[in-house]
Design a protein around this ligand. Structure first.
Ligand code: MG
Length: 363
């Protein structure tokens, strides 16, 4: 940096103009973040240049937002508002997890719970932690121009979101929610997964309010997480579904939050009628359209050999449950199962985006 000597400010003057104490300036310099423009070789006095005022204020703002020094340094090297968005999402998830942890602590104090209960039964045997072997497929379908579904998976998580609100809102909502829940879930518990869903809801809601073109966007979300106690934790909002194939029997693990879903549960509509119902896309619960969301959640023990399916409505509005069950039972592996499900949804019409995650519990 070429700086004219008469422009330089002493640390006291720079401190006054930047609003940062000399002590703080010295600590940032020690961390390599805001190195003085010049140092008097004999007295050791530090001098700063006017051009460093913005950086000083920026560093201080980022530190106040809780960003670690290393992340601040790399942001200064490669400035990007995307990094700020990513940090904002981290802060959101962190706050929800801390609130949930406090709620848990409160309930433990109130319930006087035995602190050393029995260790969870690891039914997969020999204490080995099971994992998910997954295949992920998503397809735009035969009638839509864009795919607003997101499907993702790793060895502890299978997740599908189905965005609504048109382009670009639907894309943004489904991608943001999927990314946040994935970031929030470390395999700890069902509560952790639900906290991720609440954080995702708040993030989509906030984002929609900040932009006219995203107004009204929302998304479904269905996720199955494999937790440290070898349980399958299932959460859902909207009409994306999770199924479990165990002992050749296919069982739906989720309730659809849709008008037709409610009618089927009340016995006023059959599944086959629901698939053709004009209101089959009308949802009674959506992620991101209110400040808070009530996600359904349940957990059950994972058993070696369980085969899971998480999917968007583009699958089950084209393919009946008994056909889904037959394909899941006969497919030799998760890749064959996922490919067969997508192919059948497309050949039956492919009226919507269709997404599937097929996951085998293995240890
Ligand atoms: Mg859909």
């Amino acid at each position: 940096m070429l700086v004219l000597v008469d422009e330089l400010m002493s640390i006291g003057e720079f401190s006054e103009r930047s609003g940062l104490s000399p002590k703080r300036l010295r600590s940032y310099a020690a961390g390599g973040l805001l190195v003085p423009a010049a140092v008097d070789a004999s007295s050791g006095y530090r001098y700063y240049a006017p051009g460093q005022l913005r950086d000083a204020k920026l560093i201080d703002a980022l530190r106040a937002a809780g960003m670690p020094l290393s992340a601040v340094g790399s942001l200064l090297d490669q400035p990007s508002t995307g990094r700020l968005d990513a940090w904002a999402r981290h802060v959101e998830v962190d706050a929800v997890q801390k609130r949930d942890a406090l709620d848990l602590a409160r309930s433990l104090l109130a319930a006087d719970v035995e602190p050393h209960g029995p260790i969870a039964d690891q039914r997969s045997g020999k204490g080995a932690m099971p994992r998910l072997n997954t295949a992920v497929r998503t397809d735009v379908g035969r009638q839509r121009d864009t795919n607003e579904d997101v499907a993702l998976a790793h060895e502890r998580l299978a997740l599908v979101t189905d965005g609504m609100g048109g382009h670009p809102g639907g894309d943004v909502a489904s991608a943001l929610a999927a990314e946040l829940v994935q970031a929030a879930f470390t395999g700890r518990s069902l509560d952790e997964l639900r906290a991720g869903v609440r954080a995702a809801n708040r993030a989509v809601w906030d984002r929609a309010r900040r932009s006219e073109e995203l107004e009204g966007m929302g998304t479904t979300l269905c996720a199955v997480g494999l937790t440290d106690d070898a349980h399958l934790s299932v959460v859902n909002v909207g009409d994306s579904r999770a199924y479990l194939l165990r002992d050749k029997v296919l069982r739906q693990l989720t309730d659809d939050h849709s008008v037709t879903g409610e009618l089927v549960r009340r016995g006023e509509l059959t599944e086959a009628e629901a698939r053709e119902h004009p209101h089959r896309r009308v949802l009674t619960r959506v992620l991101g359209v209110r400040p808070d969301v009530d996600a359904d959640g349940r957990a059950e023990a994972a058993i070696n050999g369980d085969r899971l399916l998480v999917c968007s409505d583009g699958l089950f509005n084209e393919v009946a449950d008994d056909e889904i069950g037959a394909l899941m039972t006969t497919a030799p592996d998760v890749i064959a199962a996922a490919d067969a499900l997508i192919a059948l949804a497309l050949s039956n019409g492919g009226r919507d985006n269709v997404s599937v995650v097929v996951a085998d519990v293995v240890s």
